[in-house]
Design a protein around this ligand. Structure first.
Ligand code: GL2
Length: 817
């Protein structure tokens, strides 16, 4: 990656202080002495935005003048995290900011904390999109992130007295939000409903209703690249504020109905992870942002042209479909080309298929979106016609290539029968140039299982790009102590834009002095986390215990159940004296997880974890030996504090279920060791950091398949391992529900009779490996050596490398000259 210096001139502390004051006075109308932390945050953000403005404009100009093709990353989610410190880092202004804020009589951390985190994503998929646009800008590739500015992001999680999850609305936008610039002059019209008519031999869509899509632009500054890209999030507005006739009839509520209906489209992020629900509103959201984005790209790249030559469109921009959510963009681009610009089908199809590529992020069949043709036809009648046209031509192609009827039926984009369904993953595969999975194993399983027929039909379309994470946010910002030590060890900070340089740390794992410094960094991070946890969550955390963390969405396949059963078993062993007091390695276990509001088993698991924590933390018999904490509302901010303090990370999904995981990468890069299965990117992490530096357990994909095939009986595992039996019995006998045996009965019944993700089958090896983990932990020098090797060998998991792979394998473009 080429490193360029930011073109912006360095700013002195005095100058930046003045700029903040100027914003306070002339934008906010607040005097410096009355300014709150939140006022300073807004003023400083606006001042920083001004510093980015020139680079933002030149990047856009250079992009349109076109030395290289741009990337449009279409994603229903962008989980950005806080903006201010990231922008300061990329501008090289972190210290200037701290000094200026202090000069104004404020504490930098308090000012940073005033920023409300936009939660515009559910989990890994949304965070990946945010890492990717950071890397695109840092590498200098012109790019747009295109998505939705939801008014309510992912819900705020609280726990009630019983430890159950309660969802509260996240009205994040109801605060001063200095980063998003709403641009009414670049809005687009998005149509819905109606019918299609034949007019002069042409199909003409006569829509029923329309909403106005207004862009809200966020600057995406590259790290030291001098480039600033755009994240354009659309917000829905109605064309008329209210129905004046209704208002004049004194029907005040009725008067605002059209406005409310239009604005509902971008009201809320669907709080689901992986399993979509067939909701009309969700399809409206998808079409809304994709249609606006395609129209926007045409506007941007062919300014002022009424009859642009759109055969050049795929040379100007390629669209990456982040999962199936934006796939309706394929028929939309076809419609635009044929209906608005008069191209014939074949030309339109050639442009479309060269423009789109598709990333699949799942292996769960239920997570591949399927829409009823009736619903699409109702909401987007012209698109449904086009989808049928694509399907019919594809079926013809299959027939010509000799596919039999059964295979054709398996592969139809629109299923046959009375209630036809549109399979969006298939549409994406047929309508784009490339399909990629997100880790080696995942891409292989896509080819062998999920999309097998398609990979046989289009062998060259399929490729892999292993996910990555940005080291700027997840190392430099989250872990300044480790970052400083790495820079000291390597003698340069260039690793932040060339993460493979971390390999230079490998020899230092043999240098006791360095190992001790590394251990001290971890220790300081643990103390810092203990203070943070006390202040923000009210927990007392003992930094002299091992910090063992499992943070991710709550899903049965991720197997938080496995972890909590092992914790219960450990608790029982300590309490009953099965392990002698001297052999107990004190551990603090952290969970962080949100469950989709309608996901009953996941929510019951949350309740169980909270109650196990309550019982353990209040039991004097295990004080100082075992503690469990489950901070509410796991989000990026909490991740940035907890990951650097963690020593042991849990990645224990059933093999073949986690597409990649990206938390696993963040932990390894921050010097945690992983206990995990051979799943997702764990496989590649283990290969790189070395098998001896990774705690592997559990069945492989093949073993899982074989056990399913043979017939899986979880009860047999329950009977066979007394530790497991005891743990499950404690859940069922009311130990964690004040004696009530019913509370967790559904969980227990599921474990013993179904256990679809084979938690019980993997329990014994998981429990066994704990003693190996604890033995190693006793030898702190050796543990830290291995942690250093995790850091040194994880440079591959930078999102910069992922983007380089996309550039080479899929997008065929590169940085601006
Ligand atoms: C996910 C996968 O579950 C996860 O394994 C992967 O790391 C991310 C990013 O590729 O995508 N798919 C998905 O729908 N969500 C994910 O986190 N929400």
């Amino acid at each position: 990656m080429t490193e360029q210096t930011a073109p912006h001139t360095p700013v002195s502390v005095e100058q930046f202080t003045d700029e903040i004051k100027e914003q306070l006075t002339y934008t906010q109308g607040v005097t410096t002495d009355l300014a709150t932390d939140a006022d300073i945050y807004v003023a400083a953000s606006l001042a920083v935005r001004k510093h980015l403005m020139d680079s933002w404009m030149t990047t856009q100009r250079d992009m349109v003048q076109g030395s290289t093709k741009a990337v449009g990353y279409l994603s229903a989610e962008f989980l950005m995290g806080k903006q201010l410190r990231n922008a300061l880092l990329n501008l090289g202004m972190l210290e200037t900011f701290d000094d200026a804020v202090r000069a104004l009589g404020h504490e930098p951390n308090a000012v940073i904390d005033a920023e409300v985190e936009p939660g515009l994503g559910n989990g890994g998929l949304g965070r990946l999109a945010a890492c990717f646009i950071d890397s695109l800008a840092s590498i200098g590739v012109p790019a747009f992130g295109y998505g939705i500015q939801y008014k309510y992001g992912i819900f705020r999680q609280e726990f009630d007295e019983e430890g159950r999850q309660v969802e509260r609305p996240d009205y994040w936008i109801n605060n001063d939000e200095p980063w998003g610039h709403i641009d009414y002059n670049r809005s687009q019209t998005v149509n819905f409903g109606g019918s299609v008519e034949e007019v002069d031999g042409k199909r003409v869509w006569k829509p029923d209703w329309a909403v106005r899509a207004v862009p809200v632009d966020y600057m995406v500054p590259g790290y030291k690249s001098g480039r600033v890209n755009t994240l354009r999030l659309w917000t829905a507005r109605s064309f008329d504020e209210f129905d004046l006739a209704a208002f004049n009839r004194s029907d005040y509520m009725g008067a605002v109905v059209p406005q409310v209906e239009a604005e509902n489209i971008t009201k809320i992020l669907y709080p689901e992870d992986s399993t979509p629900q067939g909701k009309r509103l969700r399809l409206e959201q998808q079409y809304f942002f994709v249609a606006a984005s395609i129209a926007d790209a045409i506007r941007v790249f062919y300014p002022g042209e009424s009859k642009p030559d759109l055969t050049t469109f795929p040379d100007k921009i390629c669209f990456q479909l982040n999962d199936t959510h934006p796939v309706i963009g394929i028929p939309e681009l076809m419609r635009v080309l044929m209906d608005e610009y008069d191209y014939d089908w074949d030309t339109a199809w050639s442009i479309t298929t060269r423009t789109f590529n598709y990333t699949c992020h799942t292996l769960l069949p239920e997570a591949l979106e399927v829409w009823s043709a009736g619903l699409i036809g109702d909401l987007l009648p012209r698109h449904m016609e086009i989808i049928r046209g694509i399907n019919d031509r594809f079926v013809d192609e299959l027939k010509e290539s000799g596919s039999d009827d059964a295979q054709i039926d398996r592969m139809r984009i629109v299923t046959a029968g009375d209630n036809p369904q549109v399979r969006m993953a298939y549409l994406a595969t047929v309508g784009g140039s490339h399909v990629n999975g997100v880790a080696e194993l995942h891409s292989q399983l896509l080819k062998d299982m999920t999309l097998r027929d398609f990979s046989e039909h289009y062998p060259d379309k399929f490729t892999n790009v292993t996910n990555g994470v940005t080291p700027r946010r997840f190392m430099r910002l989250a872990n300044p102590r480790l970052s400083a030590l790495i820079t000291e060890g390597l003698g340069t900070d260039r690793w932040l834009s060339d993460l493979e340089l971390l390999q230079g740390l490998a020899p230092l794992a043999q240098d006791d002095e360095f190992v001790r410094k590394f251990a001290q960094v971890k220790r300081d991070n643990k103390v810092a986390f203990a203070n943070f946890a006390k202040e923000h969550y009210g927990f007392e955390v003992n930094p002299d215990t091992m910090f063992n963390t499992m943070v991710k969405r709550l899903h049965e396949y991720k197997r938080q159940s496995l972890k909590i059963l092992a914790v219960i078993s450990r608790y029982a062993a300590i309490k009953n004296g099965t392990v002698s007091a001297d052999d107990v390695l004190p551990r603090t276990i952290f969970f962080g997880a949100k469950a989709a509001p309608g996901y009953y088993m996941a929510k019951l698991t949350i309740q169980l974890i909270n109650n196990v924590a309550r019982v353990i933390n209040n039991d004097p018999d295990v004080q100082g030996k075992l503690a469990v904490h489950f901070p509410e509302n796991y989000n990026i901010r909490l991740a940035q504090h907890l990951i650097p303090a963690t020593e042991l990370d849990e990645q224990i999904s059933q093999a073949g279920k986690e597409a990649s995981g990206t938390g696993n990468m963040k932990f390894a890069l921050n010097g945690a060791l992983t206990v995990g299965t051979l799943d997702g990117a764990n496989v590649e992490i283990r290969e790189r950091v070395g098998a001896e530096n990774f705690f592997l357990f559990g069945m492989t994909v093949d073993e899982v398949e074989a056990l399913y095939a043979k017939g899986y009986s979880p009860a047999a595992y329950y009977e066979a391992d007394p530790r497991l039996k005891q743990a499950i019995d404690m859940v069922s006998n009311g130990t964690f529900s004040n004696g009530d045996r019913n509370t967790y009965a559904p969980l227990v019944a599921d474990w013993l009779t179904k256990d679809y993700f084979m938690t019980l089958a993997d329990f014994s090896t998981y429990a066994d490996i704990q003693s190996e983990i604890e033995d190693l932990y006793q030898d702190q020098m050796e543990w830290n050596r291995r942690a250093i090797l995790n850091v040194a060998n994880s440079g591959y998991f930078s999102s910069d490398r992922s983007i380089e792979d996309y550039l080479e394998r899929i997008w065929h473009t590169g940085p601006l000259a």
